[in-house]
Design a protein around this ligand. Sequence first.
Ligand SMILES: [Mg+2]
Length: 430
Amino acid sequence: MSAGAVSIAPRAIQAARGTPAPKIKDISVIESQPAGVRLTVVKITTDQDGLYGYGCGTFTQRADLVRPAVEKYLKPFLLGKTTDRIEDIWQSCYDSSYWKNGPVLNSAISGVDQALWDIKGRQAGLPVYDLVGGKTREAADCYGHADGAENAQVIDAIKGWQARGFRHVRAQIGVPGMAAYGTGAGGTTMQGLRPGPVFEPAYYTRRVIKMFEAVRDSLGFEIELLHDAHERVTPNQAVQFAKDLEKFKLFFLEDVLSPEDIAYFRQIRQQCATPLAMGELFNSPHEWTPLMSERLIDYIRVHVSQAGGFTPARKIAILGETFGVRTAWHGPGDVSPVGHAANVTLDLVSTNFGVQEYSPFSEKVQEVFHGCPVMKDGYLYANDAPGWGIEVDEKAAAKYPFGSNERGERQRLNGGWGEVRKRDGQVIKQ
Ligand SMILES: [Mg+2]
């Protein structure tokens, strides 16, 4: 060891404050539904006075299952452990269930993982983005959702986002009588051979092509347009659909295949240049790794809590940097503001950031979550406070228990989704 290294060591110890690492004293689950979806946040409290952190563990369609995964399994496993070894805790939590890569367990681990990053930031007095290398950009360029039953409504909605400064907009159109994704049925509801919502993919693809013709005719090519197929077409329809959309020069076409059909991405890739986004339903590295390393998609769209939190998401971002795949983290209303803070942190620190999906934070959401990222002119800005910069008002959260903003079928299904079928009665992916 050189003399220089010996002389630096005591100063390094001093800089680390010489204080013992905090220990996990308690883990609790905060459940709240201030807007339309059930949000789950994990809170880790340490043995050091006033030092705690929050992590997003939201899995809104099976929300009630995350709490017992945290309370009955992760909490006894983690109590008394120190908070400093985030990677080690992530790996040991992941491995301790033996069977893994499911949305409930990954969401529970995400809650713990992000709470530990929050604690580390609060300890250091730094936002998480500074813990992992600092900003590579000032703010995250976002896209909003423009929906309508008819072309004119979609065009007006896109103009509304443009007026607010947005440069990227996702466009979705209804199909008369059908339960199209992202927008209402419009007109008379079509009757299938079984009761309930009906969807036929061929009607949908034809209508979307006409919608983009109308939008480009009206608004030109300066606005970046996105579209989410929500895995509702067959693999061969997906190939044709991506080819038909090529001339409209989309920013990306999202989820044109389901996770079960991802082998078909190669066929799409071979036939057109439509940029492809995929991944909000992914839970496992076995899903995203081949698509990214074989350069079969352009944007990785993982839902960060479904993948297990900030720690694995950072690795996904770095994998994307290696293979030229950009990030577009899933960011609708079914991510808590803590999760949105993790998203925007990834956006800021990843050189291969693509775009961020944006969902406005309602007044009620901001009543529960203080310090939400701030939207200005289509850019989302992170809070500069230590950790994620978010404080949860637990009294306000308790005012909105699960189910408080649900009606009808959603409420009957305990926050879950119902079903959509083809006219002949076959159930389809949503
Ligand atoms: Mg989507």
